[in-house]
Every structure is written in C-alpha cells, then in structure tokens.
Design a protein. Structure first.
Length: 101
C-alpha cells in the first residue's frame, strides 16, 4: 500500500510525504521541489558517485518507521550537493527540508 500526505514545515510551506508499505519494511520519503530526505533505503554513495552529474539534493536518516520520525531524526548521511546548501550530517530532517525550499 502507498500513502501520500502533505507535510507542513511551517510558514505555510508544505512538503510531500510518501510511505510505501512493502513486505517486512516501509519506504519513507519527504520531498520538496528541490530535494528530499529518505529512510535508510537511500543509497547516498550512489547519488554522490554514479549520479554525481545530477547534483541531487538528498539526505538519509536510519532507524525511522514513520514520516514523523523521519522529520525528527538526525540525518546519517547527505549528498555533496546538499552540503553546499548547509545541510549536514546530524541535522534533523525538518531543518534539512527547510533548506531545500
């Protein structure tokens, strides 16, 4: 099953949350028009290496089971392009998304 929900970030800013229920796991992502954060399934190394030319703005949080946890969790890894916006490892998901506006 898949669920898409608006995720308020404050100041009238709305991101898009996507939850995909799979056998024995759930994929989670929250995106803006510029970038996204995702659960541990995101391969940041692949984005930084093989897809570097795309300059993807993204961050990964591990151990999260809900969209709310994804917003609150510290990012475990971020893409090189995300770093240029001031998004850093340890920043919570909500703060990272606000920098992706």
């Amino acid at each position: 099953m898949m669920r898409m929900v608006p995720v308020p970030l404050g100041d009238g800013i709305i991101a898009l949350g996507v939850e995909v229920k799979l056998p024995k796991t759930t994929l989670l992502s929250i995106s803006t028009d510029r970038g996204y954060i995702m659960c541990g399934a995101l391969d940041v190394g692949l984005l930084n290496d093989r897809l570097k030319d795309r300059e993807i703005i993204a961050g990964r949080a591990v151990g999260v089971k809900t969209l709310e946890e994804l917003l609150a969790a510290p990012l475990e890894s971020v893409t090189t392009t995300a770093e240029t916006l001031g998004i850093v490892v340890g920043m919570n998901g909500a703060d990272a998304l606000r920098l992706m506006i």
